[in-house]
Design a protein around this ligand. Structure first.
Ligand code: TMP
Length: 221
């Protein structure tokens, strides 16, 4: 049985990771087999790559090196985690995937889209998500959330980029959602996490319910 591959995308600070956790809790409560994973960092090797990419002291990392590190992380992730999980029939909840490389490296860093599409194809062997949730919110709002004084961690190398970089990333995501309307669902990331999760469940439950009858009586709230 083939599983379902769902990706979570959006600018830094959009709250997608919280939503992924809420969806995972719902699946667990209904005993639905799933994999929680992320890019970069979905494997042991990928975690090491993640540290290299996000370390703010690595300020001499070139855009091309960064791109190739994301691609290497992805190739390992597809091989070690994503394909085996789909073969087991699991629902994959993946925090970022190929769209992030288009948004950040093609539009944020201004590297050629064609090159990135080719690299994505090499890294994924053509494995594309079944559904992509785009959590959209203005960059200024995301900045406010990330500058919360209660936050325990400092900003990573990507988060430290200027506002116009993140604006380009947001616009790129919106353009991708327009280009691939069958795969993308755009969710407003403004509001409380419960309000946002209501939208997430409205999109996801109908998509997976035919495979998992335990969701038939799910009450949206
Ligand atoms: P995260 O904080 O959402 O885990 O993502 C780590 C950072 O990596 C985030 O700033 C987005 C960035 N990123 C890219 O620039 N390109 C990519 O291909 C991926 C997967 C993430």
């Amino acid at each position: 049985m083939a599983g379902i591959f769902i990706t979570f995308e959006g600018i830094d600070g959009c709250g997608k990771t919280t939503q992924l956790g809420m969806l995972a809790a719902l699946l667990a409560a209904h005993s639905i087999p799933h994999l929680i994973t992320r890019e970069p960092g979905g494997t042991l090797v990928g975690n090491k790559i993640r540290e290299i990419i996000l370390d703010p002291t690595h300020n001499k990392l070139s855009s091309k090196t960064e791109l190739l590190l994301y691609a290497a992380d992805r190739a390992q992730h597809v091989f070690e985690e994503l394909k085996p999980s789909l073969e087991k029939g699991e629902i994959i909840l993946c925090d970022r995937y190929t769209d992030a490389t288009i948004a950040y490296q093609a539009y944020g860093r201004k590297l050629p889209v064609k090159l990135i599409n080719q690299l994505n194809l090499i890294a994924t062997d053509g494995l594309a998500p079944d559904l992509t949730l785009l959590f959209d919110l203005p960059v200024e709002e995301a900045e406010k959330r990330m500058s919360n004084p209660n936050s325990l961690r400092s900003k990573d190398r990507l988060e430290q980029e200027q506002r116009d970089f993140h604006q380009r990333v947001r616009q790129a995501y919106l353009a991708l959602a327009e280009k691939f309307p069958d795969r993308f669902r755009t969710i407003s990331a403004l509001g409380t996490s419960q309000e946002i999760f209501y939208q997430v469940s409205q999109v996801v439950i109908p998509k997976i319910k035919s495979l998992y009858p335990s969701l038939n009586n799910y009450v949206f709230c």
